[in-house]
Design a protein around this ligand. Structure first.
Ligand code: NAP
Ligand code: ZN
Length: 366
């Protein structure tokens, strides 16, 4: 979909955008609104690359709006605050994740679940209340209502903090909500990518036992020796899968490719829960008897609310949960996307926007 019209804002901004579903990113000039009463304006320092960015770039979900400036794992430094901003001041290290707006009055918003608000406004590729299209963190600065901004605690490296904003909250929230957070429980993590490796780290920090279920034999050693997983199972090896049957209290499934669900359900103990955070493009086959006969359940989860995002970041800082990142310059982004498509990243690309998005004097924020 092309933009029907674009609201021209007073502030010139600069970033990288895709113009069509080739997904190829290149420099892009646009505009952002002035800092409103409740707004925080911050210089982008780092931005993680989520596989969702890639899905959006390629229009995998048939809802992308071009030009599209991706990026929803955004960390930066506050440069200006509006007159009614209460939580932030100039110089604070802050972050924005998947959302920049919601209705604020529905049941979900009232319960701090803005992520499930029917009028949620996504950080990029959504229409904002003023009619403009939202642009993400592959850009020089952001303007966001303070409600959707979180604080980066001291001690958390700013580059490694970025992936927490989407990957981190997306795996942390279901661990908490579905009660898969009790020490001694046994969790399965399917797919050891950006989300999966953080599921392992959060689960270990919560005191769980973790089995990684992966398609990549080459990830075994690192999963156990470096990420702290207890066991590793190759999903394509039926013997290994059978040996792990009925061992897990829960599973976080991060695989977006079409894959068999039934062998995963077999890994669950009675009452076990399989929570998927990915959305494969075709329906997966499911026999309900596999649930009925063990009082098992399948559920989904969609990142998290702002309050829980702050809680997750504070937890990560306190419990030393640090995403494994490969920091890249802005002009490497197209190569990074190609590598992400081939699962060739350990485990999250983070763009050093602050140092490598070349400043254009005419667009400088101040
Ligand atoms: P990623 O870094 O690319 O990791 C995906 C992992 O899936 C791969 O590392 C790979 O792990 C596994 N995999 C299995 N079969 C695959 C195949 N055919 N092709 C590629 N990978 C395959 O992706 P991510 O950033 O973690 O995101 C995972 C999914 O979650 C994406 O679809 C994304 O859109 C979605 N997501 C959802 C939410 C939400 O709120 N629900 C938020 C963020 C992202 P192994 O090598 O170990 O098999
Ligand atoms: Zn709402």
């Amino acid at each position: 979909m092309a933009v029907e019209y674009e609201v021209e804002h007073p502030r010139k901004a600069y970033g990288w955008a895709a113009r069509d579903s080739s997904g190829l990113l290149s420099p892009f000039f646009f505009s952002r609104r002035k800092t409103g009463e409740k707004d925080v304006t911050f210089k982008v320092l780092y931005c993680g690359i989520c596989h969702s960015d890639l899905h959006k770039l390629k229009n995998d979900w048939n809802d992308s709006i071009y030009p599209l400036v991706p990026g929803r794992e955004i960390v930066g430094e506050v440069m200006e605050v509006g007159s009614k901003v209460e939580k932030f001041k100039i110089g604070d290290k802050v972050a924005v994740g998947c959302l920049v707006g919601s209705c604020s009055s529905c049941q979900n918003c009232v319960n701090n679940l803005e992520n499930y608000c029917q009028q949620a406004i996504h950080t990029f590729g959504s229409k904002y209340v003023d009619g403009s299209i939202t642009y993400g963190g592959f850009s020089d600065f952001m303007v966001a209502d303070e409600h959707f901004v979180v604080k980066i605690p001291n001690g958390l490296p700013l580059d490694a903090a970025a992936p927490l904003l989407c990957a981190g909250i997306t795996v942390y929230s279901p661990l908490r909500y579905f009660g898969l957070d009790k020490p001694g429980m046994h969790l399965g993590v399917v797919g050891l990518g950006g989300l999966g490796h953080l599921a392992v780290k959060f689960a270990k920090a919560l005191g769980l036992k973790v089995t990684v279920i992966s398609t990549s034999p080459g990830k075994e050693q690192e999963a156990i020796q470096h990420l702290g997983a207890d066991y590793f199972v190759l999903s394509r090896d039926q013997d290994q899968m059978k040996a792990a049957n009925c061992t897990l209290d829960g599973i976080i499934d991060t695989v977006f490719a079409v894959h068999p669900l039934m062998p995963l359900i077999d890994l669950l103990k009675s009452h076990g829960k399989l929570v998927t955070v990915a959305t494969p493009e075709k329906p997966l086959e499911l026999s309900l008897s596999s649930l009925v006969l063990g009082r098992k359940s399948i559920a989904g989860s969609y990142f998290g609310g702002i309050k829980e995002t702050q809680e997750m970041i504070d937890f990560a800082a306190e419990h030393n949960v640090r995403p494994e990142i490969e920091v890249i310059p802005m002009d490497y982004v197209n190569t990074a996307m190609e590598r992400l498509l081939k699962a060739d990243v350990k485990y999250r690309f983070v763009i050093d926007v602050g140092n490598t998005l070349k400043p254009y004097p005419s667009t400088a924020f101040h």
